[in-house]
Design a protein around this ligand. Sequence first.
Ligand code: MG
Length: 484
Amino acid sequence: MVPSRFLPVLRRSVALLVGFLFLATVIPRSSAAPAAARLPNVVLIFCDDLGWGDIGCFGAKDLRTPQIDGLARSGTRFTSFYVAQAVCSASRAALLTGCYPNRLGIHGALGPNQKIGLHPDEMTIAEVLKPRGYATAMFGKWHLGRPAALLPIRQGFDEYFGLPYSNDMWPRHPSGAVGTYPPLPLIEGDRVIEEMPDQSQLTRRYTERAVDFIGRNANRPFFLYLAHSMPHVPIFAGPRFAGRSKRGVFGDVIEEIDWSVGEVLRALRRHGIEDNTLVIFTSDNGPWLSYGDHAGAAGPFREGKGTSFEGGIRVPCVMRWPGKIPKGRVSDTPLMTIDLLPTLAGIVGAPLPSRKIDGLDVLPLLRGDPGATNPHAAYFIYYHQGHLQALRSGDWKLMLPHTSQTLGGRPGGTNGIPTRYQQVPVGLELYHLASDPGETRNVIAEQPEVLSRLLLLAEEARQELGDGRTQRVGSGVREPGRVE
Ligand code: MG
């Protein structure tokens, strides 16, 4: 028996408890949020040395890329999309960290025996997304440090399978590097699982890993970084694709990459997550023109990989995110890989890295918001141990004096043996890209005001990021990762 004087208290308590239980059943809990509100998956497909003109929807006439063309029809084609530097390691550092490679102390292409790479304290896209519950994986070419302490699984990726650097860094390299490199290692996690893997199987094997990862993580948000080794020389297509295209081995390789894109899209569809997945397809730099029939094409642009002309730094880019990125649209607004990290951070509500980065959130440009403009005063193009070589600002491109490689109108090589480049001086040159995308007419004498504005921007970049050519040390430059 409850003493009668406690009865009112007991009644109130029961009423409160019943009320609480009722409210608990009608107020939705965040863990039971509808699937549509789930954070989006991100699939970043990154090709190696694929030129602006190597995809059907970017104008290639003799290659079949129906999957990438379809991706473009259901998404947006970005025709002024830039990498930060026209070579592998530096370009990849910028892609994954949102920083100019100069800021990170990463220049050019790292060699297999080098003891440096991306500093473990730098935040990659994987590290930004992970605290928001993302599963993360990378399959393919890393090229941001070969030592085990600098591999992707130390930079926020739960899983890694691939080559730690370029597929031509092997003992049989045709350039004469014979004997200086170890056999090409295929790595899983941080362990070498094969030496000198059959390169004609790489695209297929990376793709199978990607499809498997999507299947295993279809019920949670994930970030998949699929970094193909192809079409970087030496190029190889799998048996199902060899001899199938109209453009020799190079065409076969591109058509296999297109198949790979299709496999990834099919996996997303099969698991019912294609509408909640942002797919980005692009390349690390332009075509390696000295390889001739084993190289791609820069489309209407001047020069290719290893130069700061448009053919080196402007790459094909397609993004699809149903309902968010308009379908069938073409955007010519300049964008750069450095903008991906802050844009993705904004999309998922993750904080930016505490260390300074250079990229900016460009989601309004991806969405095609009316009146959206690029938030950068300019994009800066470095090369060759941190030399500031060019900048793009609006419709203008300023080339700063430097030495650049060219074939000078000679044909490239054949069958995987390159023609030698010649080195030529580039002066202070101004191009109006909107009317002259091929950088054929230097209008510097006609545009003194544009020139002085761009020179001021270049000077700001030198103060912050340095400039090896004028022997300037930038105030914002950091050290790369090193192992003893
Ligand atoms: Mg490359």
